[in-house]
Design a protein around this ligand. Sequence first.
Ligand SMILES: Cc1cc2nc3c(=O)[nH]c(=O)nc-3n(C[C@H](O)[C@H](O)[C@H](O)COP(=O)(O)OP(=O)(O)OC[C@H]3O[C@@H](n4cnc5c(N)ncnc54)[C@H](O)[C@@H]3O)c2cc1C
Length: 504
Amino acid sequence: MTSNAIRKIAIIGGGSAGWMTASALSNALQGSCEITLIESEEIGTIGVGEATIPPVKYFNAQLGIEEAEFMRETNATFKLGIEFIDWSKCGKSYFHPFGQYGAEFDQTPFYQYWMREAINGNTAPDIDEFSMAWAAGANGKFQHPEKDKRKIQSTFDYAYHFDANLYARYLRGYSQKRGVQRIEGKVGNVSLAPENGFIQSVSMDDGRIIEADLFIDCTGFYGVLIEQSLETGYEDWSHWLPCNRAVAVPCENASGQLLPYTKSSANRAGWQWRIPLQHRIGNGVVYCSEFMGSSEAEQSLLENLDAEPLQDPRHLKFVTGRRKKFWNKNCVAIGLAAGFMEPLESTSLHLIQYGIMRLLALFPDNNFSPMLEQEYNALTSAEYERIRDFLILHYKATEREDSEFWKYCKNMQVPDRLAYKIDQFRSNGILSSDERELFHNPSWIAVYLGQGVFPQRAPALANYRSKVPVNERLGQIRIAMKEAVEAMPDHRAYVDNYCKSAAQ
Ligand SMILES: Cc1cc2nc3c(=O)[nH]c(=O)nc-3n(C[C@H](O)[C@H](O)[C@H](O)COP(=O)(O)OP(=O)(O)OC[C@H]3O[C@@H](n4cnc5c(N)ncnc54)[C@H](O)[C@@H]3O)c2cc1C
């Protein structure tokens, strides 16, 4: 290492962001940096964030975390996707599955043949019926996907539902074993170097001063370093993602049944989540305060629980958007301190993971080259914007006009890039996607079709390939799926056998 290498890192904040960062840095830097994490029990954490998407598996794998142990410790269950209820219109639901539709049997993609046949009325009009994730989920079944790509059981993917507080605690143990020092207390003051505005140290309320070369702001919505001290600024996306409040409460799992997917049910000014964990169900209503008051949101949440609430409901406020810079001088903001785009597609923990991996890939020395900062900010902004557009699609592509909220969403102007994508799909059945998209083609297909954006024509190539026995193949795929699902174990039984937690 050069004499200019970063030697001291201070992470401020001990929610999921803080402890995910501490784990990944302590693992990657192998003891060559002193890492300190400051957290305040008095302030506490946001305490929600229970649903994830498949890349979280790679984060855990990189840390060498054993899946069954991690699931036991966090009361986790498997997640195959999200069921969206009443989003496009009341009474209609669709599934956003993890994994692909059908199976590829020709050089022309499966979805193009399906589209051709669906437009001609020759196959099931609902593409959900070709998703293994949906077929297993709808039957309450789960097993790990097969590795053999020739098998239909290899065509789905999965993520987890888990208790976010327990995940942070688990990673705290992991980090401390790798030398991360934890300091309990509140940061009251941040000292900036007069010559360049870099952070020199943070002072605790009890007078302790913590110095570091690199500071990671994981203080959640407070943004103690990135905003309160460095005044980086925030790009507000409320006009595209108008929900700005949430109320959350866990309840018992009275039936004992364990669905391997999240439910998202739209209401008149937002939506309600249902996330099944091993020992309870997490619930919350996300809504826009311009169209719904907090007492109506709370009442609507409590009326739609499976069983008695286990706590008093917790109310939360947020503004959708992102920091104008995620990396500013010698400070990098990760987690809610960096931005928040509402929990609709469970992307926040992924953005934490992405932020950490980018930081490691562009790790600075004490020169803090502005080019590294620039690259980090450009890549992270683009990742936020791609995810943002996917989320906006859920609100924009609705047929609902039964409330002022849905009328607003249906008629709002969307970013040009998203408007172009929707037009391409609607006019030509073409998926205009960037290869760096977190959400790949099947996710866009699920939401387009589920929300009622149906193409006027199938992409042309499918029409030229008349020798391919498409209907026979579609039939074979459905039979293979049916047999595979019948042979799968019940999700609850699989979890009990694989990773039953002590809390059950
Ligand atoms: C309603 C809602 C639902 C969500 N659902 C999901 C989901 O399903 N999936 C998903 O991926 N994400 C979800 N999220 C996002 C997820 O909760 C967060 O991304 C994640 O928990 C990380 O939070 P954090 O660590 O950035 O902040 P926090 O959990 O708020 O932690 C902040 C930390 O900073 C500390 N701190 C603050 N100020 C100071 C100070 N002055 N001194 C010392 N310490 C300080 C606090 O004590 C705490 O330890 C949801 C968010 C909301 C609001």
